[in-house]
Design a binder for this molecule. Structure first.
Ligand code: FES
Ligand code: FES
Length: 197
């Protein structure tokens, strides 16, 4: 097997490693460098559990070879908090109960951060569209959308943060409706999230 020396800058720290030509980026990040927040679900670009940010854009790290990322800047969920303080998206997930088993959560968060950089005040529909590549088998998505709204507000660009009322189209979630998975595009892959390790 051909091996290659590559350099990845992960969460601001430059790391050098040697990988097989066939090593997927997600395995290099997890197994070689120890950033286990990037989860492995489907390994086929369906679930989004492996999402990281590469050179500023969210991407599914099972879809690239490690050698293709040589020289890239990678951000994983471990890099979101700064100075011991949660990133607003982490606070949002905590406050809105946006996770259950947590397997999808790192990927959800990094995709959401990407979304909020591009669209700081997204509608609920835009949040759903932005997260459509990330599957969750637990939450039913409502609280995840709430979490992203919460982050948008606390990052200072939402209607609530502006002193006004955000149009509230939130469904009631205390009556069991969080189990309604039908509101996200259903491409039949909802079971593709894989098993927690
Ligand atoms: S593990 Fe990469 S998309 Fe599922
Ligand atoms: S919280 Fe379990 S898969 Fe999303």
């Amino acid at each position: 097997m051909t091996e290659h020396d590559i350099t990845l800058t992960v969460n601001g720290t430059e790391r050098e490693l040697t990988v097989d030509a066939r090593t997927l980026l997600v395995h290099a990040i997890r197994d070689e460098l120890g950033y286990t927040g990037a989860n492995v679900g489907c390994e086929s670009s369906l679930c989004g559990a492996c999402t990281v940010r590469m050179d500023g854009d969210a991407m599914k790290s099972c879809t690239a070879l490690a050698v293709q990322a040589d020289g890239a800047e990678i951000e994983t969920v471990e890099g979101l908090a700064e100075g011991g303080e949660f990133h607003p998206i982490q606070e949002g997930f905590q406050e809105e109960h946006g996770l259950q088993c947590g397997y999808c959560t790192p990927g959800m968060m990094l995709t959401a951060v990407d979304l909020l950089e591009e669209n700081p005040d997204p509608s609920r529909e835009e949040i759903r569209e932005g997260l459509e590549g990330n599957l969750c088998r637990c939450t039913g998505y409502q609280n995840i959308v709430n979490a992203v709204e919460n982050a948008a507000d606390s990052m200072g660009s939402g209607a609530v943060a502006d002193g006004g009322e955000r149009p509230d189209d939130r469904p009631v979630t205390d009556g069991g409706e969080t189990a309604d998975c039908g509101e996200v595009p259903d491409d039949g892959t909802a079971s593709g999230g894989g098993e927690p390790e």
